[in-house]
Design a binder for this molecule. Structure first.
Ligand code: SF4
Ligand code: SF4
Length: 210
């Protein structure tokens, strides 16, 4: 609950003092950032470490039941409220290296992590911004994000049974051990396309595209 960045900061300094040249990545959600993560990031900025701080901004409070938070633009009663922009807060704390990215785009995510790892003497912050698929989307969510939840499917003629898609950990994916092919539960899939991006033979497609 907010300590990921300050604990990461401590570990970063610990590694600096040892001969282990390791980098530390700390992660927390958007509501946790507002809860106590701001203090934690202040520690990283003020006392200086090269910690990579990742704020998982899913536009809602995921852990405790989808309450609004200062970043959603609504108060606890669901009434419009001041929206506190995370990137603006992070920059106000003096962090110079900040990027906000779509976490569903794996190429961009990898490039962004590579960018952060390359910054060896300063802290960096990555804000991964995409609404939780379980939330009731606000009108702002619908305006800002392309929320196409058309499910995906596997073309079993093309699938080579490599199981790379299963490595995403998505519960909508199935593997038929007899046929040695993957499959997707249409009712569970939210069409995020992450499995499509890892399939080496392009066997996965959005329903309606074939
Ligand atoms: S598109 Fe997303 S939700 Fe659907 S099966 Fe693939 S990883 Fe899971
Ligand atoms: S990654 Fe593609 S080829 Fe490999 S099992 Fe999944 S759908 Fe089949």
């Amino acid at each position: 609950m907010g300590s990921a960045f300050s604990v990461g900061h401590g570990f970063s300094h610990g590694f600096e003092l040892s001969d282990q040249k390791k980098r530390v990545v700390g992660c927390m959600g958007d509501s946790t950032f507002f809860h106590t993560g701001i203090n934690s990031l202040t520690e990283v900025a003020y006392n200086g470490s090269n910690t990579i701080c990742v704020i998982l901004d899913n536009r809602i409070t995921g852990m405790t039941g989808h309450q609004e938070n200062p970043g959603t633009g609504y108060n606890i009663k669901g009434e419009p409220a001041t929206l506190i922009d995370i990137e603006t807060v992070v920059k106000a704390l003096g962090i110079k290296n900040v990027r906000t990215v779509n976490p569903l785009d794996l190429k961009v995510m990898k490039e962004t992590l590579d960018w952060a790892y390359a910054i060896e003497d300063e802290p960096s912050v990555i804000i991964t911004k995409w609404p939780c698929v379980l939330k009731k989307f606000s009108k702002e969510d619908k305006e800002e994000f392309d929320l196409d939840m058309t499910p995906c499917a596997v073309d079993t003629e093309v699938c080579i049974g490599c199981k790379k898609c299963l490595s995403t950990g998505c519960p909508a994916l199935r593997f038929d051990n007899e046929a040695k092919k993957s499959g997707i539960s249409e009712t569970d899939c939210v069409g995020c396309t992450v499995c499509m991006q890892v399939c080496p033979v392009h066997a996965i497609y959005k329903k309606g595209d074939k």
